[in-house]
Design a protein around this ligand. Structure first.
Ligand code: FES
Length: 115
């Protein structure tokens, strides 16, 4: 199967399009393969994650870009309510103690790229 992950250097968005706290999801297709990832800006840091919950492997957002709790202090899986800290560790719900899979991203010149 083809790997649909975008290569390093792929531009994701302007930093200004991502509130702090805020999150944005991305999908990339290569043939039949799909890659879902999302980025989270919080506390002046931008981190990327594979959009796959460690519980049942589902994408986390129940609506486009809705990856965070209302307060923006945690990442929320909309399927069964798992709560993740901004370092990816699940601290509540059915996969407590497990972590999201990192997706390396970087910010350069006020733009977010795949690292
Ligand atoms: S798939 Fe995320 S909590 Fe079940």
């Amino acid at each position: 199967m083809t790997d649909a992950r975008p290569p390093a250097g792929t531009r994701l968005c302007d930093l200004a399009d991502l509130p702090d706290p805020g999150a944005k999801g991305f999908q990339f297709r290569a043939g039949d393969a799909l890659f879902h990832g999302f980025i989270v800006r919080a506390d002046d840091q931008v981190r990327g994650w594979v959009d796959q919950c460690p519980h049942a492997g589902l994408p986390l957002a129940f609506a486009p870009d809705r990856y965070l709790t209302t307060a923006g202090d945690m990442i929320l899986c909309g399927s069964h309510g798992a709560l993740f800290r901004h370092d990816g560790l699940c601290i509540g719900g059915p996969c407590a103690g497990q972590s999201l899979i990192p997706w390396a991203v970087k910010v350069e010149d006020q733009t977010v790229f795949v690292a």
